[in-house]
Write a protein that binds this ligand. Structure first.
Ligand SMILES: [Zn+2]
Length: 210
């Protein structure tokens, strides 16, 4: 089973992906991480992607797909994968058809103001990268994993958040229409568990039918 996860930053999409990945044995794939891994391993395709990134250019779709195709051909993806951060346009979605069949697209919905609220209270550990939120129970201002004082990333400040969410909205709306025949919508207004429950039920019932 191959899934795409759509959802603005701050929508809780990352946590949802982790839960699905754990329970259904699907590999979580973000193209950003894919590039970083491939470059770190000095793989041919990764190094090629790096040339574009170094020039401040977008990595061409064909190259992204080649890297993605290599990743999803690995044995750990036998049960399927969850794509996060790709595709970001109709053009990419069309091209993705060449390398993978997407069964369902899960759209995590959260009102704009709530995304902003969650992102502005988000704090990051400069040491291990762990993310916490000032509104979460037990928040101390120090990292829960390594104890380092947390900070607010520049792109978690209100102006940057506004820009990011607007860009997201613009790029994602056409994708939601593109995948309307395989779309599953879920609201993340409640707790992470509230968000996951309907998704888990939906995906579990699919398994039973097959
Ligand atoms: Zn830490």
């Amino acid at each position: 089973m191959n899934l795409i996860l759509l959802g603005a930053q701050g929508s809780g999409k990352g946590t949802l992906a982790k839960n699905i990945s754990r329970d259904f044995g699907l590999v979580q794939i973000s193209t950003g991480d894919l590039f970083r891994e491939s470059i770190a391993k000095k793989e041919k395709l990764g190094l090629k992607a790096k040339e574009y990134m170094n020039r401040g250019e977008l990595v061409p779709i064909e190259l992204t797909l080649k890297i993605l195709n290599e990743r999803i051909s690995k044995p750990d993806c036998k049960k399927g994968f969850i794509l996060d951060g790709f595709p970001r346009s109709i053009e990419q979605a069309e091209a993705l058809k060449e390398v993978a069949n997407i069964d369902y697209v899960i759209n995590v919905e959260l009102p704009y103001e709530e995304c902003v609220a969650r992102l502005t209270t988000r704090r990051t550990c400069p040491n291990c990268g762990d993310i916490d939120n000032m509104t979460y129970e037990g928040y101390t201002g120090n990292c829960r994993k390594c104890g380092t004082p947390l900070f607010q990333r520049d792109d978690d400040k209100p102006e940057a958040i506004k820009t990011r969410l607007e860009v997201y909205e613009k790029t994602t709306t056409p994708l939601i229409n593109f995948y309307s025949d395989r779309l599953f919508k879920v609201s993340s207004l409640g707790t992470p568990e509230d968000t996951y429950r309907p998704v888990k039920d939906f995906l579990s019932n699919l398994g039973r039918k097959k």
